[in-house]
Structures are given as C-alpha cells and as structure tokens.
Ligand binder design. Structure first.
Ligand code: ARG
Length: 295
C-alpha cells in the first residue's frame, strides 16, 4: 500500500495547526495577554457594538476614558470582562452610561486635558474577570525609564488595518517630558499634564482604537492613551494624559455627584415621599447607602 498521500496529509495538517500558533504582532509590537488577566480594562462601543475606544474601571459605577472618545452619551455602551470582541465568552458585562463628564478644559486642538469620567447606569459586578484599578496620588510623578503596560483592542500596525479581535498589551518605558519635547520629537507640544512612553527606536506603541485605555505603572494608572504621531515611529513615543494631574478633579467630580445625590435621598426620607419617588430612589439610594459614610 502506498503511504505517501497519507503522510503528506499528516504533514499538511501539522503545518496548518502550527502556523495558526505563530505569534502575531499586535497593539503595535505587543502580544495577547493571558485571557482575562487585565481585568480593569473596558471596551467602549457604539450601540451597534463597534469598538472605538478603551477605558478602565475605577469603581463599580465609574469609568475613565479620553475626552476625545466622547461620541455622545446615547451612542455608547461600556463592555467590561471582555477579551475577544468577536466571540461571546459569557464573561462580558454591558452597561450604558448614565452621564459623561469630559474635562472642562479639554481642547481638541492641543489635546490638553484629554480625560473623561463616565458614570454608569448600573454597577459593574466585580468577579474573576472584572476588577477596578488604582489611581496615583495628585501630582505624584513617575520616573523616566519606569516600565508601564498599555493595553487595548486598537490597530496592530501603524498603517491601520483591522481592529484585532483579542486584547493586546505591551510594556514601554516612561520618556521624560524634556526628551519628548525635543526638536527631533514633539518640539514643545507636550505639557506638564501629559506623559510620554515608548522606545527611542519605536516599534512598540498604542495606536488608533487604543485611545482612552490605561497605561499602568507600579500598579496604578498613570496615563490615558491620548495621541501620537503615527504609531510606533522612532523618536515619537505615545502621548498619554497624566492621570496624577487630574486626581483631585476625579475625586471632586465623583464626590460632588454623591453629595448632591445624598442630599436628595435625605430630603426624600424626611418628606415621606410617594411610592413612585421611593422606587426611583431605591435603586441608587440603597447602593449609595452601601458605601460607608454616604447618605
Ligand atoms: N488618538 C488615538 C485613538 O483615538 C490614539 C493614538 C495613540 N497613538 C499613539 N501613537 N500612541 O485611538
């Protein structure tokens, strides 16, 4: 019996399987993390489920993203617990935004204050697929050369192409503002409220579609993916919103929402409100009451 055709088939089958396992360059120059190991990241999608920006959870009701990701509160949905955007994994939690708070000083020309808070309509459940991430203290700085991780579902090549189905991640060193502002690089466009990260030789970077996503250094989110020149170009690192410069604004915005809200809860409790008002309040009233010290 002639075994040659059979052998050929086996060889072909082995080759096909192996070729599928060849690691591909993603984010730009990054790799696919262990599924669900980056639990704080969210995909921000249009209501027809097109991913357009990243973001991250800072507590069960609040997400941070870039202000330039603001396409309008009625047009977006936040997806936590995601890994492959193409497959329903059963770990996803979709929540609509209640309202958006883009930074009042956001300027789309200079890209300054490119940060936005999203208050969710319902709380995200924290589990083995979803968690929150810590923020740095107000004005805390991060040393040049510190290695940070940026993740997202953005373009995997500088020339664009398709959005990758699975999450990608890459580690990058922080670049000093001085170097980032040099004439060979961003020539003075980097303010003290921005942060640069990348290699001098390029090759690794965030890219289109990664915007709003987290740059995590020493376990805290120091940067929000904001802008760049192309992606992964030598001498042009990625530019991030420096989260530590906005910590006070973040805390104050969240606090003032709850203090206004609790004021209403207390008033309602005092005035023996109608069943209708009670129902309205109940959902958020009980949640707020669960946060120690609130209401
Ligand atoms: N503005 C881009 C976005 O909307 C992100 C750009 C980041 N670019 C970079 N080279 N790091 O997705």
């Amino acid at each position: 019996m002639n075994l040659a055709p059979l052998l050929l088939l086996i060889v072909l089958a082995v080759l096909t399987v192996n070729c599928q396992n060849v690691p591909q360059e993603r984010i730009v120059g990054g790799y696919a993390p262990v599924p669900h190991s980056i639990k704080y990241i969210v995909s921000i999608q249009t209501t027809n489920r097109q991913h357009f920006c990243g973001g991250f959870l800072i507590n069960r009701f609040w997400v941070i993203t870039a202000a330039h990701c603001n396409i309008g509160v009625t047009r977006m949905v936040i997806v936590a617990g995601d890994y492959s955007l193409a497959i329903y994994e059963g770990t996803e939690q979709e929540v609509y935004p209640h309202f958006l708070v883009p930074h009042p000083h956001y300027n789309s020309t200079s890209n300054s204050s490119d940060i936005m808070l999203i208050k969710l309509r319902a709380p995200i459940y924290l589990n083995s697929y979803v968690s929150i991430v810590l923020l740095p203290k107000q004005d805390s700085s991060i040393a040049e050369g510190t290695m940070c991780r940026v993740s997202g579902w953005g373009y995997t090549s500088p020339t664009g192409g398709q959005i990758p189905a699975t999450l990608r991640t890459v580690t990058l060193p922080v670049v000093s503002t001085e170097k980032c502002n040099s004439t060979r690089s961003f020539n003075g466009s980097i303010t003290d409220k921005m942060l640069c990260a990348g290699y001098n030789i390029g090759g690794k970077d965030a890219c289109q579609g990664d915007s709003g996503g987290p740059l995590v250094c020493n376990g805290r989110v120091y940067g929000v993916v904001s802008w760049g020149r192309g992606c992964a170009d030598a001498e042009f690192p990625g530019v991030y919103t420096a989260v530590s410069k906005f910590r006070r604004w973040i805390d104050n915005t969240i606090f003032s929402y709850y203090s206004r809200f609790c004021h209403r809860v207390v008033l309602m409790k005092q005035t023996q409100s109608s069943p209708l008002l009670n129902n309205l309040l109940n959902a958020e009233g009980t949640r707020a009451a669960h946060i120690p010290g609130w209401c």
